[in-house]
Design a protein around this ligand. Structure first.
Ligand code: MG
Length: 160
């Protein structure tokens, strides 16, 4: 007997898609920045993309552990016609707010179904989204301070 309901299984499969699309979006940002020779910020978003794939993997591991089924969905083509660095970092924050909303929906579904097993995992994601939004906001604040693309890129660093 699986420890995951069909509804929760489907919702988590949808969330895997959201995380993979996040990775795809950040890759699109990273490659645009790389083309324009903003190497540090390109690296920042490349590392962020890898993190999104690790988020997807957490959901995948949960579903399998709980006896559910993984269904990978079709991914949306990410925006690629970026105009400015500011547009990218604003889109990054907006996207993380969207993901925070999706995690909250999963929490609400869990409560509605009375299916408590994903609680620890979802708590991790709720905490993670605080960090994700803070990181995205930090880029915007830093950019606002420098008001210069090259200086901003020069002072943007991210560890693996
Ligand atoms: Mg994520």
């Amino acid at each position: 007997m699986a420890l995951i309901s069909e509804k929760m299984n489907e919702a988590l499969n949808e969330q895997i898609k959201e995380e993979l699309e996040s990775g795809y979006l950040y890759l699109s940002m990273s490659f645009w920045l790389q083309e324009k020779a903003f190497g540090n910020l390109a690296h920042w978003y490349y590392v962020q993309a890898q993190e999104e794939y690790s988020h997807a993997k957490k959901f995948i591991d949960y579903i399998i552990d709980a006896g559910g089924t993984i269904e990978l969905k079709e991914l949306k083509k990410p925006k690629s016609d970026w105009k400015t660095i500011k547009e990218i970092i604003d889109a990054g924050l907006a996207h993380e707010k969207h993901i925070t909303g999706k995690i909250e929906e999963l929490w609400n579904l869990m409560e509605k179904l009375g299916e408590l097993q994903p609680r620890s995992m979802l708590t991790w994601f709720i905490d993670e989204q605080i960090e994700e939004e803070a990181n995205a906001q930090e880029l915007i604040d830093k950019y606002t301070g420098f008001k210069n693309d090259q200086l901003f890129d020069h002072h943007t660093h991210r560890q693996e």
